[in-house]
Design a protein around this ligand. Structure first.
Ligand code: BTN
Length: 247
């Protein structure tokens, strides 16, 4: 099924059966001065994840990158990443998969054994001046109609959770939701709160400034996590977050 067929998206769509990375392609389009384009692929051969990790992206998934030129300062850009997590989580729930968000943007599903498996990863890249974003590429990797065995350890897929989805319908829902949210950035944080799994949990966040351990109590625009630690309240704007078991 060609995923782009009949896709009625609020973006221009460029579809590839196979491509190294939709984020790389979207960055090329950014260099060409384009905007409001989504690059979609059935398979990626050089998918990229956060922190320079590789991202496994076999045929059957939903691998896409959205190129935007928002009129916001670079400091607001994390809100687009949160919006992508919200959009994907809503679409997953509509498809019968009980997904929730781990700060800032991993979409997870409980494994029934106290642990969680990753359904979606998001990689946002941008370029800009001090006061104004030039472009943002929001890359969303959704493990859709793929076997979990073909993914890395700790990952799950829509197929493994609740059976295959219609990728055209699912992708369209994600893009519609994302478009709504990016058109009203103030709505992103409240929507994120409703779908979050992190809030109320004990977390360990590996940040550029060191490790923060405590209870995640809230999130603030554009995506700052508020953690109550033994030494008081700490606000974290970036880092790798791990959910800890309650003590
Ligand atoms: C992560 O959790 O580490 C982020 C993974 C992001 C993967 C997506 S798939 C579509 C887009 N193209 C890429 O090369 N990466 C992102």
């Amino acid at each position: 099924e060609a995923v782009e067929f009949g896709l009625d998206a609020p973006f221009e769509v460029e579809y590839h059966d196979t491509i190294p990375s939709t984020n790389d392609r979207a960055r090329e389009l950014a260099d060409e001065g384009r905007e409001d384009v989504v690059v979609l692929a059935d398979e990626q051969t050089g998918g990229r994840g956060r922190l320079d990790r590789a991202w496994t992206a076999p045929s059957g998934g939903i691998w896409l990158s959205i190129l935007l030129r928002p009129t916001v300062p670079p400091a607001d850009a994390p809100a687009f990443t949160l919006a992508a997590a919200v959009a994907t989580t809503r679409a997953a729930r509509e498809a019968g998969v009980d997904a929730a968000i781990k700060w800032p943007n991993d979409v997870l599903v409980a494994d029934g054994d106290g642990g969680q498996r990753k359904l979606t990863g998001i990689l946002t890249e941008m370029e800009g001046e001090a006061d104004r974003v030039s472009w943002v590429v929001v890359g969303i990797g959704i493990n859709a109609n793929v076997d979990a065995a073909d993914l890395v350890d700790g990952a799950t897929s829509l197929r493994a959770e609740n059976g295959d989805v219609n990728r055209r319908v699912f992708t369209q829902r994600v893009l519609e939701e994302f478009h709504e949210l990016r058109s009203n950035l103030d709505s992103v944080v409240p929507a994120w709160r409703d779908l979050a799994d992190t809030l109320g949990r004990r977390v360990r966040v590996d940040t550029p400034g060191g490790e923060v351990v405590g209870e995640a109590v809230d999130i603030e625009f554009p995506g700052t996590l508020v953690v109550e630690t033994d030494d008081g309240t700490v606000r974290v704007s970036a880092g790798d977050c791990e959910h800890l078991r309650p003590v």
